[in-house]
Write a protein that binds this ligand. Structure first.
Ligand code: ADP
Length: 261
């Protein structure tokens, strides 16, 4: 347990540092982008100078995207936690995600029959799902299938011991499974570390899963991964089920109608 909490603490201070740097960098990049646009519009220099300016612009744009990701990573604390049904996160995910996946990737989404109330920040849960799905896509350059599924599960003392970050209890579960490249154990061992990536410089930042890890563990949950090279990968997230609102399913009996006098 101390290992995990030490890692959570390291992630938190790294997040604060990264967030501060990203914020200041973002401002500086805005200045660079504004002046570069200005120079391009004014037709500064001719021929190659314009090409050079376009390159400056492209690089500054990429740097700004990296800053945005850093800011998201830094904000992995439950800012606006509320009781939210995990099914809702999947509700319009298909429409949102399909264009990003292209034609060669088939996306299946299985929602649960029952509400799965968790205490979390809606935007952060969207972020978690998006990160996992982008990774699944990137692992299937030749196409394949992604399954997203939610449900609930009881974690007993034994299972909780195997995942030291959580307590025994009732958990909502989110599975994201792909039929992609999978990863060897020596890669899987590092995927939650900030800045660990096997992707090329302009595709990966190594912040996606570190962000997911931060969001999930701060919400009292856990995340684990099973992966087989050549076969695919399954991410399994557990989030504690929040107390059900009274009067919903098996809560308080319906209020008695007012007595007429
Ligand atoms: P990034 O996507 O920017 O590389 P992440 O933190 O999201 O950063 O992922 C870290 C690494 O974990 C990836 O570079 C990849 O090697 C590995 N990885 C993550 N998800 C998958 C997956 N579904 N299949 C195979 N490898 C994965």
């Amino acid at each position: 347990l101390s290992d995990r909490s030490a890692q959570a603490e390291r992630l938190e201070s790294l997040g604060k540092l990264a967030g501060g740097v990203a914020h200041d960098f973002n401002n500086l990049l805005s200045i660079i982008l504004n002046y570069t646009d200005f120079a391009i519009e004014q037709g500064a220099g001719e021929g190659t100078a314009q090409d050079d300016l376009a390159r400056v612009r492209g690089a500054a744009d990429r740097a700004r995207m990296l800053c945005r990701q850093l800011l998201i990573f830094a904000r992995s604390e439950p800012a606006n936690a509320e009781a939210i049904d995990l099914n809702l996160i999947l509700a319009d995910s298909r429409d949102l995600l399909a264009p990003m996946l292209g034609e060669h990737i088939e996306l299946s989404v299985n929602r649960a029959q029952q509400p799965l109330l968790v205490h979390a920040d809606r935007t952060q849960l969207d972020q978690v799902l998006l990160n996992l799905i982008i990774n699944a896509r990137d692992a299937m350059p030749q196409g394949g299938a992604i399954l997203v599924e939610v449900g609930d599960t009881e974690i007993d003392e034994d299972q909780a011991g195997a995942q030291p970050a959580i307590r025994p209890g009732h958990y909502a579960e989110l599975l994201v499974r792909d039929t992609g490249t999978g990863m060897p154990p020596e890669v899987a061992a590092h995927i939650f570390e900030p800045f660990f990536t096997t992707k090329s410089n302009d595709r990966g930042t190594g912040l996606g899963l570190a962000t997911v890890y931060g969001i999930v563990t701060k919400a009292g949950g856990a995340i684990n991964v099973e992966s087989e090279p050549g076969a695919g990968t399954t991410f399994r997230l557990l989030l504690p089920i929040a107390a059900e609102p009274a009067g919903r399913d098996h809560g308080a009996p319906p209020a008695r109608p007012p007595v007429a006098h």
